[in-house]
Write a protein that binds this ligand. Structure first.
Ligand code: NAP
Length: 286
């Protein structure tokens, strides 16, 4: 059996075992992904021995950045974003780091018929998910990117990192995450992407944006996937906006992980198998 793991701390929220194991089973592969809660004090030791046990690792909070230093190779997205969510064991038992979150952002937007090219995009948050989102919307040709974060210095750091790698493309600005600045930014926006954890279970009655700011001609993408429909998405739909759920990104990044881990063997990977497992678990329909 080929063993895989998702690592993080704490790990209670991870849907990775559920969706990957459903997919492995549907493809008839003798593979299994298990949840490994690795505490910060165990992390270094775990990474030094993990290649003896696992063929690949899915990485979640808080290790997406730290894990990169244990990898011999990394793809271009990892170098720019500064974080990895997927490790692939190479034949020499060294790790190669990948980031499938960014590509999943692009696919989630495109599958809803949305193209960032020449658009104004407002991103709420400046953490790990925001890095992948900002990378992808700039790579996809956004004209203007406005990053709003509670901690302004973190938004600035993200802006600097993006500007260092993209000499053309979006003009990147940062603003504070408050009602006044958001009102002006959203008035100018075509696409709004929430990457903060506001609205995530169990705080399901919270939204990062007052309802009155949502408008019909806005695309609202919330990367939070639990609940499947956040308050932000619910209010966006009722304002007539296009609402894209974070579950799409979760599923796309997982299918990409399997292609990296399994190559040809994952040719038959089916996002709908993963989607069905996720919907069953989260108990609602997308
Ligand atoms: P992270 O690195 O810890 O960043 C969290 C972000 O949320 C930061 O910008 C933080 O602001 C902001 N934030 C948290 N609580 C806030 C509050 N009460 N008010 C204002 N801002 C607040 O986490 P992450 O990895 O980016 O994950 C963020 C969310 O994205 C989570 O819900 C996660 O489940 C989801 N996610 C989804 C996918 C997917 O595939 N759909 C992938 C990755 C992540 P400060 O900088 O000020 O702390």
């Amino acid at each position: 059996m080929m063993k895989y793991a998702v690592i993080g701390w704490p790990l209670g929220h991870s849907m990775s075992p559920l969706i990957h194991n459903a997919s492995f089973e549907a493809m008839g592969l003798d593979c299994r992904l298990e949840a490994r809660a690795v505490s910060p004090s165990q992390f270094e030791q775990f990474m030094n021995s993990a290649a003896r046990e696992y063929h690949g690792i899915a990485v979640t909070l808080p290790y997406k950045t730290e894990v990169v230093r244990f990898c011999r190779e990394q793809d271009e997205e990892v170098a720019i974003i500064g974080a990895a969510n997927t490790l692939m064991r190479m034949p020499n038992e060294e790790w190669r780091a990948h980031n499938t979150d960014a590509g999943a952002v692009g696919r989630s937007l495109r599958s809803a018929g949305v193209e960032p090219r020449d658009k104004t995009v407002v991103v709420l948050g400046a953490g790990g998910a925001a890095r992948a989102v900002c990378f992808q919307v700039i790579a996809d040709g956004a004209a203007r990117l406005i990053i709003a974060n509670r901690t302004r210095s973190r938004a600035e750091s993200l802006r600097r990192d993006m500007c260092a790698f993209f000499t053309r493309g979006a003009g990147v600005e940062t603003i504070d995450l408050n009602e006044h600045t958001l009102r002006n930014a959203i008035a100018a926006a075509d696409i709004l992407i929430n990457t903060t954890s506001i609205g995530m279970y169990p705080h399901v009655e919270e939204s990062p944006i007052p309802r009155g700011m949502l408008k019909k001609d806005l695309v609202v993408f919330d990367v939070v996937y639990n609940p499947l429909e956040t308050k932000l998405l619910r209010e966006a739909r009722s304002a007539g906006a296009c609402a894209i759920p974070g579950a799409e990104m979760l599923l796309y990044q997982a299918t990409e992980q399997e292609l990296i881990w399994l190559g040809e063997k994952a040719k038959k990977v089916d996002i709908n198998v993963m989607r069905a497992a996720l919907l069953k678990e989260l108990g609602r329909s997308l």
